[in-house]
Design a protein around this ligand. Structure first.
Ligand code: C5P
Length: 230
């Protein structure tokens, strides 16, 4: 059986290339992330096909943010796609509304705390209150859990700190920014290896380029799975 701790990010331009990649990865990969970049390229159709025809698990990375009523309606509509994970921003009113919208479905709501691409200067520009980013991340994670989030998205550097929060008991931590030993970093700055991320408390790791841009994506995925189990 494949190991669903590995989630492959399908950051590809269109449905056809995404389905081709999934075909190449075959039984080795059972969990896929589809994001905003593929939305206009047939992202929801890909999600549906991978789920219904191939029995894969689906993480739809929409990072929703809006007034509560709109979030609730949007999540209710998306949950009909039988999604496994859906992301929203971690603001308590958003998380709470998303959970209402997901009620009765098996879709788990994952909260984004602070985007890992933002530094303190960006937060200042957005009038986010002073404080070190790790402290703000921990506080946003706690509040998202209190509002009912099933889990959070976190950088591997934040995973251990979030895992240690009392509110994180039984909740999921999903970490992008994972690179197998020796892989190119791309634009990721704060990375960890698959084994380290899991050791630090992640339940799932999200890996994109090291797999989809590899000459042999299936071999790349297998190397990561070996590293997870090694
Ligand atoms: O190619 P790579 O492995 O860097 O892809 C990581 C995936 O995780 C991408 O889809 C990226 O958008 C997403 N992601 C991330 N960092 C975050 C949140 C999401 O890299 N903080």
């Amino acid at each position: 059986m494949s190991d669903d701790r590995l989630i492959v990010a399908l950051d590809l331009p269109d449905a056809l290339s995404a389905l081709k990649l999934a075909e190449k990865l075959g039984d080795d990969v059972s969990f896929y992330k589809i994001g905003l970049g593929m939305l206009t390229g047939g992202g929801l159709a890909v999600a549906n096909e991978l789920k219904q025809e191939h029995g894969k698990r689906i993480f739809l990375d929409m990072k929703l943010f809006d007034i509560g009523a709109t979030i609730e309606n949007a999540v209710r509509g998306l949950a009909q796609f039988d999604l496994d994970f859906l992301t929203v921003h971690g603001d308590p009113h958003v998380v709470h509304a998303a959970k209402q919208g997901a009620a009765g479905s098996q879709t788990k709501i994952l909260a984004v705390t602070i985007l890992t691409s933002l530094d303190r200067a960006d937060l200042d520009a957005s009038l986010i209150r002073p404080g070190d980013i790790p402290d703000l991340v921990a506080e946003r994670a706690s509040r998202a859990f209190e509002a009912g989030a099933d889990g959070v998205i976190a950088s591997p550097q934040e995973a251990a700190m979030i895992r240690a929060l009392p509110e994180a008991a039984d909740r999921l931590i999903v970490t992008p920014g994972v690179r197998p030993t020796g892989a190119a970093l791309g634009d990721q700055k704060r990375v960890a290896t698959p084994a380290q991320a899991i050791h630090d408390g992640a339940d799932h790791i999200v890996v994109g380029r090291p797999i989809w841009s590899a000459p042999d994506p299936r071999a790349a995925a297998r190397a990561i799975l070996d590293e997870l189990n090694g």
